[in-house]
Design a protein around this ligand. Structure first.
Ligand code: UDP
Length: 400
């Protein structure tokens, strides 16, 4: 069933719904379009799937376009993504040409007569160059921009300065060297989506069974794209340490995103590393109910990101009252207040991760308390209605 804004009343209360309608009324009949580069896989697609539908439901004509890339285009944009998060890149003219060519090609047949264009992440960033600009454009960057590769940043800035606003996910991602106004919006989850709605015990059991996850031992899990920044190999090492103290099972569940060609290689490497490990289950699936079932049932959820724009997987787990042990990286500390809504650990501190996980496995009351606090924190700050309000405010600013 497709949710409508009324369905959120029982979760967020009448005042929030009233504010949404009041703000939406002021910008109704505007045509907005979101552009990103994948329909499935990763946090941006997850957010847009709910946001675009709800924006329409409250009266804003909102479209969604997905940039058509090829494997070589996405291999370049993934390199850019890595370099934006601090890695190296050899910025050759071939790479730049492929990057801009696909954007130019897509823009030829993607007619944008909207009142406002919102471009997500670096893949479609150069599109702006190929239009006669007749409306405001926003670049919504979901990537951790705290330490970008300087050469790449300089190159991307040539596109960014054409925009009217940049929105990032964290105060620390704002850039001093940009003349463009910058905002912070927190990403959000949809509490009514298949991934986050409450599941009954039988459904959970059925799905865990279907994907070969036996019961009988506490489950610890990380649910993330197979991506080096999510460090699944580090999670295996942590599990070895935990397993020495507490008998439990590790489920590493991941998907691949169409715009991330490195995923298959990382997946194979993880499979190889885990080949002889007992009680490790590795799942490669695109299945929201499975993710929901795992997040609803795990004794501890891990998010061992080395860099992280925000980390919706953390939000999803907190919403399901799970105790989370996660890296002190990117947007995660906005969600995890150490010792209150979960535990924060330095990204490479394997012992630190293991000791917090062991503590939570041994102290269910503490786990319960953190889970309850986490749920309240998400309810207050990171539900889709918040995101909707943030966008309505920005739209209103442009048309006041
Ligand atoms: N996800 C999923 N299946 C998986 C792994 C991840 O559906 O096997 C979803 C996850 O539930 C979350 C999104 O992909 O909604 C990942 O968003 P996040 O912000 O954590 O990371 P990103 O992939 O955008 O870097």
């Amino acid at each position: 069933m497709i949710s409508s804004i009324d369905d959120y009343r029982s979760i967020v209360g009448d005042e929030v719904i009233h504010t949404i309608f009041r703000k939406a009324g002021k910008v109704a009949h505007k045509h907005i379009v979101h552009i990103n580069s994948t329909f499935q896989g990763g946090g941006v697609a997850e957010i847009l799937a709910s946001l675009v539908s709800l924006m329409n439901d409250v009266g804003i004509f909102t479209g969604w376009r997905i940039l058509h890339g090829s494997p070589d285009f996405f291999s370049i944009t993934k390199k850019f993504h890595n370099a934006l998060q601090g890695g190296n890149v050899n910025l050759t003219s071939i790479k730049k040409e492929l990057y801009t060519d696909y954007n130019e090609y897509f823009s030829r047949f993607t007619h944008l007569n909207h009142d406002l264009v919102i471009v997500h992440d670096p893949q479609p960033l150069p599109m702006i160059k190929y239009y006669r600009k007749r409306q405001p454009w926003i670049w919504r960057c979901h990537v951790d921009l705290s330490n970008p590769n300087p050469a790449l940043w300089e190159y991307l800035k040539s596109f960014i300065i054409r925009y009217d606003m940049v929105i990032v996910s964290n105060e620390s991602f704002k850039k001093n060297d940009l003349p463009v106004p910058q905002r912070v919006h927190y990403p959000c989850i949809d509490p009514l989506s298949a991934k986050n709605k409450p599941l009954d015990k039988n459904t959970i059991k059925k799905y865990l069974n279907k994907f070969g996850i036996p019961n009988g031992k506490p489950i610890i899990t990380q649910i993330s794209r197979f991506d080096k920044w999510k460090d699944p190999e580090g999670v295996l090492k942590i599990f070895e340490l935990v397993k020495k103290e507490v008998d439990c099972r590790l489920v590493l569940c991941g998907n691949l995103a169409a715009d991330d060609p490195e995923g298959g290689v990382i997946y194979q490497r993880v499979l190889q590393k885990a080949k002889n490990m007992k009680d490790v289950i590795i799942i490669l699936e695109e299945n929201n109910i499975l993710v929901n079932a795992l997040q609803s049932t795990a004794s501890v959820v891990i998010q061992k990101s080395l860099r992280e724009g925000f980390g919706l997987t953390v939000t999803e787990a907190l919403w399901k009252r799970r105790p989370v042990v996660a890296s002190n990286a990117g947007g995660i500390p906005l969600q995890i207040i150490d010792g209150k809504t979960g535990f924060l650990v330095k990204p490479n501190d394997l012992e630190g991760f293991a000791s917090k996980i062991i503590k939570l496995l041994k102290e269910p009351e503490l786990a319960h308390e953190l889970g309850e606090n986490g749920r309240a924190h998400v309810k207050e700050n990171f539900l889709i209605t918040r995101s909707l309000l943030d966008y309505l405010e920005v739209i209103q600013e442009f048309f006041d």
